[in-house]
Design a protein around this ligand. Structure first.
Ligand SMILES: [Zn+2]
Length: 238
């Protein structure tokens, strides 16, 4: 497994604005601190999120792009790609694989961080249909599409050469094989999460829940008491 200091380029593919901040903003901050260039690829604009029913959905899309852009800046990310799918309607189809493949070939990352490609029946919220579809499409984009010159040949014609990603880092796995200590990055992760103002009815409770999750990750991995960590399943794609 690549260590954070060895990673020069990373791509995060998530279904909705704020998914990355709950699951991986700590490792993102750690990577950008070390000089890594991180790109966010947001599949949907999160139009179906939030609790204010009076906000028109097109307006919510604009709000959420702005919130995600601010949150990204908190952890050192300025390169964001919005694929513009409708929240709640993401499907693992060739169109989505094409778009993610294009972003992979443009950014040429060593690692791609994304959702699990399978439903976890112990996590209904984590297994949102958009998450699963994004995880599956990203998996297929990493292998075989992005490295296969015969997949989406018009990409090669437009100058985007095949690219082989080394590792897929899967968030929210029941049995992770990699735990990253993000104690020093946790305050920035929380600042990023709090940028999603439209999504938090009770920000204090949200912060406490994330602290508990990250504390439990650290404890499960045997890190010193008081540590906070993010966990992943790292799949070798070499
Ligand atoms: Zn989500």
């Amino acid at each position: 497994m690549l260590q954070p200091a060895e990673i020069e380029r990373a791509l995060v593919v998530m279904a909705h604005p704020d998914d990355v901040d709950f699951s991986a903003a700590g490792i993102v901050a750690k990577l950008t601190d070390a000089g890594c260039t991180v790109t966010y690829c947001l599949v949907s604009d999160g139009q179906a999120g939030g609790y204010d029913l009076d906000i028109p959905r097109p307006q919510m899309a604009a709000i959420r792009r702005e919130e995600q852009t601010k949150a990204a800046a908190e952890v050192g990310v300025t390169d964001l790609v919005f694929l513009g799918r409708m929240d709640g309607e993401v499907s693992n189809d060739l169109s989505l694989r094409h778009d993610i493949t294009r972003v992979i070939r443009q950014t040429r990352p060593q690692i791609v961080i994304t959702h699990p490609p399978q439903i976890d029946v112990s996590s209904v919220y984590g297994s949102h249909a958009d998450h699963v579809a994004t995880g599956q499409a990203t998996w297929a984009a990493v292998y075989p599409d992005a490295r296969n010159p015969f997949a989406f040949p018009e990409l090669v014609t437009s100058g985007l050469e095949p690219w082989a990603v080394d590792e897929i880092w899967i968030i929210n796995q029941p049995q992770p094989n990699a735990t990253i200590d993000v104690t020093d990055q946790f305050d920035r992760k929380i600042r990023a999460l709090l940028c999603h103002v439209s999504q938090h009815v009770d920000p204090d409770r949200m912060v406490e829940r994330v602290r508990q999750w990250n504390g439990a990750n650290a404890q499960a991995a045997g890190l010193p008491a008081g540590s906070l960590a993010e966990s992943f399943f790292v799949a070798d794609a070499r």
